[in-house]
Design a protein around this ligand. Structure first.
Ligand SMILES: [Zn+2]
Length: 263
């Protein structure tokens, strides 16, 4: 058991290293497969011992060996988070086909989180294949294709209608198209009600963290909030604590129905 946990931790660290390449290169429109890892400052190709996840960054004290340009702390953090996610998801799902889907999904969420935080964009090259792959995978693993289709529509269409209404009333955009595509991807992979729980949770995060940040920065409400980062965190919570999330949601719905005298 512990051998498998360590294996998935190591796998996640290595994948996280590749996700860093995606996070850096995708917004620039560069290939993620070629060339190998380079120092983004002097362009020198990194040798294998400078590419060891987390360890290299720590030993080099976050600096390039040649040009001494500082290397962002984001790199080891992404590697560590991905490693912990992989080990954690193995513990939740075991060695099942569903684990493979969940690992791929979590990797996409890590990349979307970082790119949205840095550039305020959610690239189509991740969200659109994510929708298709999530739907196709649902023919083999949960939530099943009908539930996946419902999740896809709830994630992609419902928030779009809300945002469209907001746009008609307030005359400005609350969410971007990227957010809808990302939620459609979450819906296709997780189905209903998990996509709905993701939407509720990301809105709560947006209100608490986004609202707090606006208060601190004292900027107007027109400031663009990277909502994709909240969707990513909420979806990762749903993936790691799938059963408790659904249980709490169902209890809340039943509690509400009783309170409203409907059940
Ligand atoms: Zn350098």
């Amino acid at each position: 058991m512990i051998v498998f946990v360590l294996f998935f931790l190591a796998l996640g660290l290595v994948v996280g290293s590749f996700l860093n390449v995606c996070i850096y290169r995708l917004p620039l429109g560069q290939s993620v497969a070629w060339p190998g890892s380079r120092c983004t400052s002097c362009g020198r190709t990194l040798s294998w011992y400078e590419n060891v996840p987390v360890l290299s960054w720590t030993l080099l004290r976050g600096r390039c060996r040649t040009c001494h340009a500082s290397i962002s702390w984001m790199y080891p953090v992404v590697e560590l988070v991905t490693g912990l996610l992989y080990a954690g998801l193995f513990l939740v799902y075991g060695l099942t086909p569903l684990l493979a889907v969940r690992l791929l999904f979590a990797s996409a969420l890590v990349v979307l989180f970082a790119i949205d935080a840095i550039h305020q964009i959610l690239p189509n090259v991740i969200t659109l294949p994510g929708i298709v792959l999530g739907f196709l995978a649902s023919f083999v693993v949960e939530p099943g294709w009908t539930n996946s289709l419902i999740g896809l529509l709830v994630g992609g269409v419902f928030p779009f209608l809300v945002a469209e209404g907001y746009f008609r009333i307030r005359g400005r955009e609350g969410m971007g198209m990227g957010d809808f595509k990302m939620l459609a991807m979450v819906g296709a992979v997780l189905g209903f009600p998990l996509v709905w729980i993701t939407i509720i949770l990301s809105c709560l995060l947006g209100i608490v963290i986004g609202g707090g940040a606006l208060l601190v920065s004292r900027r107007g409400l027109g400031t663009r909030i990277p909502f994709g980062t909240f969707i990513a965190v909420a979806a990762l919570v749903c993936v790691c604590w799938q059963e408790p999330a659904v249980r709490i949601y169902e209890q809340a719905v039943q509690g509400y129905l009783r309170w409203a005298g409907l059940a």
